[in-house]
Ligand binder design. Sequence first.
Ligand SMILES: Cc1cc2nc3c(=O)[nH]c(=O)nc-3n(C[C@H](O)[C@H](O)[C@H](O)COP(=O)(O)O)c2cc1C
Length: 335
Amino acid sequence: MLKNNINDSKNLDRTFSIAPMLDWTDRHYRYFARLMSANALLYTEMVTTGAILHGRGDYLTYNQEEHPLALQLGGSNPVELARCAKLAAERGYDEVNLNVGCPSDRVQNGRFGACLMAEPELVAECVDAMKQVVDIPVTVKTRIGIDEQDSYEFLTHFIDTVMAKGCGEFIIHARKAWLQGLSPKENREIPPLDYDRVYQLKRDYPALNISINGGITSLEQAQTHLQHLDGVMVGREAYQNPYMLAQVDQVLCGSTKAVMSREAVIEAMLPYIEAHLQVGGRLNHITRHMIGLFQGLPGARAWRRYLSENAHKNGAGIEVVKLAYQSVQTDLVAQ
Ligand SMILES: Cc1cc2nc3c(=O)[nH]c(=O)nc-3n(C[C@H](O)[C@H](O)[C@H](O)COP(=O)(O)O)c2cc1C
């Protein structure tokens, strides 16, 4: 058994988590998010078992500051998933999560993601294989149904089967997925949200740790969900309006520390950016995740525009970030 040295699995705080999002929740975004919230549980983008086991790069790299951090895996081969889970635990990840919610065609061809909801026994076998080799939590992120299979009984049969192999933590995106005909983006918007169904699940399975996901756009909404559930997982809003994270610890987790200002967040990013540039990285790899920092404020546009127009240029350095911030202040003064 591999013991995780950073977080005892039982102590992982699941009150608020940031959803796995391909191309968005990379290690740069996660570093940025972590500056604003110490409590948020962060998820990687989905990484397939194939990429980890046969890919050329190191898909498990992260910064130590990102803890607590969960690795989301895409796959459906129990042996391969177990190998990846073991690697994840060895690398110090705090949790391994199996993707049973993503409906993209690419993912279905590989027989993983949301289509696995139709194969609960296989998901249970995958969970079992992973749990045999690690003692960090093995969790499942899923939907409330797929296609015509959207009854409450379908969902509880899935949960019963997977739970029987020892999975105690589920994240439920509160809408079903249509596996044919809708793009992944449409599958995040068109099937209606059904929060009550997830609340019902928690009432019927009080011993499970259940987080809700889908359409949550404020900490007030999060508080409402937390009256019924163990955790909330936020995706798009946490990315597009990242400053919402600055109050997660205070509003949801009882922290009494001062809320970090946007300026302080930018200041704190500068050494990280410099280190990235020094090893040959490009500025926009990081600043693209910071574009939404002033979302909803006067100056948001100036910030966005300055970064978009300048951060991709050859040789762009931290002065671009400083000038972008100056342009926000100029805008504020002009108001
Ligand atoms: C750009 C993008 C990429 C996503 N990639 C993944 C992924 O890799 N794994 C996954 O389980 N869900 C993925 N999702 C779905 C989110 O995790 C989440 O379930 C969904 O966006 C609903 O939550 P929200 O309404 O808070 O955004 C992705 C969503 C977006 C917007």
